[in-house]
Design a protein around this ligand. Structure first.
Ligand code: SF4
Length: 452
């Protein structure tokens, strides 16, 4: 339901979807008055700030060289930039629906671009681990209804996913967990005593950079094998505690291991995640145990899924030779920008200030750039060669997003907009590129001209 902005009577829209973290809460009650959201019931502070802070100002939504331009002119200029470039980079995609992400992949394929998502600078290591060892997984609904042992390893959802505990993993009451929190034993493993650690039944303070050793030691103990005697000194967790933990894991009815940036951003990176996934796989010889990464904000899980199903790889994909090639470190955005390889950059639904280091942001200003953004104040938008101000997904644009457990949810826009959606802009650019290729007698896919 899109609300008539002229209406001054408060309208309540129930079951709206918040996309500000991987929980993707779909029980938000929005109150709309005079074309603005004035209340977001059930939302946490983070979600409320996003809903109540959404305003669209001005009627202009397409800009070329900083000046308002007709949409067709901006589309044409964007297409020309991408066609002319020998190493275009398309980056971002985590704050837009799957439909737009799919179009970004199609555009990258058409122009032979390097395509990367914000996953590469957050939990990219997990995607690499899944490719190596797979994932024993479940939905958050199963966690809510069944989990009697909950692990948080290197993650602090009380800060990053504020309603995770209330909806799924701590206080939530389910079919086989009718008493909520008292039906669960909660373990937190982290280098510091986080907000989540304060709510745990057991907090294990691990030495920085020793996650792999602790996880591998647990794998041995679960299988009844010996592990190093000095594992306590190495990890900060005494051997006896690890032994008791292994027994607890084997004897639970339904265990879940949530893991986060503590594993992906510390020594070992994807090997840490592989160790966690291997531990969970081993535990299934004794009981039901699952693993789930705590993914970042927005529709980053959607980006992982879309890029995987379209290219076979989760991130860092290059179409320069006419087929997708995957090589993290070579085709990931930070590396491409850091080495100054890209000669044109398209940013889709990303604020560089939140995701990129200063050096990469500086480089952005030195090449032609195309930005698709719902926030005119996002860093670098004023310097973009072509800027499209697009409709905010979930509030003003429809589409599909993925929750952190890979469950897809439809978005229902509640406010009207004059702006195009990310998907519409990407489709128009891709069509214009195709038309220009046909006009110039170039092959419909130009990727073969760039032997990168
Ligand atoms: S927990 Fe996450 S998805 Fe839910 S309301 Fe808060 S920010 Fe939004």
């Amino acid at each position: 339901m899109t609300i008539d902005c002229a209406s001054s009577l408060p309208v309540v829209v129930s079951n709206s979807v918040c996309t500000q973290c991987g929980c993707v809460c779909d029980d938000i009650g929005l109150v709309i008055e005079n074309g603005r959201i004035t209340a977001a019931n059930n939302a946490c502070d983070k979600g409320r700030e996003w809903f109540l802070g959404n305003h669209e100002e001005g009627d202009e939504f397409a800009f070329v060289e900083g000046k308002p331009a007709p949409l067709t002119e901006a589309i044409d200029r964007a297409a020309q930039i991408l066609l002319k470039a020998r190493y275009p980079l398309i980056f971002g995609l985590s704050d837009t629906p799957c439909e737009a992400q799919r179009q970004a992949v199609a555009l990258a394929d058409r122009v032979g671009a390097c395509l990367d998502t914000t996953t590469s600078i957050s939990h990219g290591a997990f995607g690499m681990a899944f490719q190596e060892v797979g994932e024993v997984t479940c939905s958050l609904g199963e966690v809510k209804n069944r989990a009697d042992l909950v692990f948080f390893w290197g993650t602090d959802p009380a800060t990053t996913h504020p309603r995770h505990g209330e909806r799924y993993s701590l206080e939530a009451k389910g079919l086989f967990t009718p008493n909520g929190r008292s039906d669960r034993f909660v373990v937190v493993v982290d280098v510091d005593e986080t907000s989540t650690a304060k709510k745990a039944d057991l907090f294990l303070q691990i030495k920085k950079g020793s996650d792999f050793e602790a996880l591998w030691g647990l794998r041995a103990l679960v299988k009844g094998l010996a592990t190093r005697d000095d594992i306590g000194a190495q990890t900060g967790i005494p051997l006896e505690v690890l032994k008791a933990l292994a027994e607890r894991m084997k004897s639970c009815h339904f265990g879940i291991l949530f893991f986060g940036p503590g594993l992906s951003a510390s020594r070992g990176r994807h090997m840490n995640a592989e160790a966690a996934l291997g531990l969970v796989k081993d535990l299934n010889d004794y009981t039901r145990f699952y693993a789930k990464p705590m993914t970042g904000p927005g529709n980053v899980t959607g980006a992982d899924n879309v890029v995987c199903w379209q290219t076979g790889y989760p991130l860092g994909v290059h179409f320069g030779q006419g087929f997708p090639r995957f090589n993290p470190g070579e085709f990931t955005a930070l590396d491409v920008l850091g080495r100054g390889e890209a000669d044109a950059v398209m940013l889709v639904a990303i604020d560089p200030a939140e995701h990129l280091p200063v050096a990469a942001r500086k480089f952005l200003g030195s090449v032609p750039s195309i930005h698709l953004s719902d926030n005119p104040k996002a860093e670098g938008n004023d310097r973009a060669t072509v800027l499209f101000l697009t409709a905010t997904y979930g509030i003003r644009a429809a589409g599909t997003v993925y929750r952190m457990d890979d469950v897809s949810l439809p978005l229902r826009p509640v406010l009207a907009t004059k702006r195009p959606t990310d998907e519409e802009v990407l489709v128009a650019i891709e069509r214009r590129v195709h038309a220009l290729q046909v006009e110039s007698g170039m092959k419909p896919s130009s990727s073969s001209k760039r032997a990168r």
